[in-house]
Design a protein around this ligand. Structure first.
Ligand code: ADP
Length: 157
């Protein structure tokens, strides 16, 4: 079986993330969206809330599930016997970080392959941080995030 993980902070999930999930789910048998704790980032939503917000949007994708990762993604891959990581790539700015991460993961677990899907044009500028910033100042985030996330952000601010 052809399995892959799509790791990220998803704080919160955006329409850009969801697009990557849908596209990746078409070429793997099973896709695990891996919600990770990122020590470099202070998160707005708890990890359980982030998982719930994703789960509510993948009900029509039977081969996708959501898991939590508290440590290294490669350790999760080892336990689950998975070799493939999916990442999304926006503009040039993402490239260096994604490239370094792919090489590091390969160093930590040699058989790890990273496939980067190029973000759709309309999502190139979209990030969880930008959405949080706009929502904080009561700006319109319609279409940038799924409906349930829009509501959660309204409740937060
Ligand atoms: P991280 O904190 O690991 O960067 P994110 O949750 O911000 O996690 O993103 C997870 C993955 O999704 C990353 O590969 C990121 O480049 C990608 N991504 C983020 N936003 C978008 C978007 N608008 N379109 C496509 N991919 C995206």
């Amino acid at each position: 079986m052809n399995k892959a993980v799509y790791p990220g902070s998803f704080d919160p999930i955006t329409s850009g993330h969801l697009d990557i999930i849908k596209r990746a789910s078409r070429f793997v048998d099973k896709l695990i969206v891996l919600v990770c704790t990122n020590p470099k980032k202070q998160s707005l939503f708890s990890i359980q809330k982030r998982v719930k917000m994703i789960e509510n949007n993948i009900l029509d994708l039977p081969n996708v599930e959501v898991n939590i990762c508290q440590g290294l993604v490669v350790d999760f891959l080892k336990v689950k016997d998975i070799e493939l990581i999916i990442r999304g790539l926006r503009a040039i700015s993402d490239f260096e970080e994604e490239f370094k991460m792919a090489l590091m993961n390969q160093k930590l677990k040699e058989d790890t392959e990273t496939i980067m899907l190029v973000a759709k044009g309309k999502y190139q500028y979209l990030s969880s941080s930008a959405v949080k910033e706009v929502a904080q100042f009561n700006g319109c985030i319609k279409d940038l995030v799924p409906k349930n996330v829009e509501q959660e952000l309204k409740n937060k601010f």
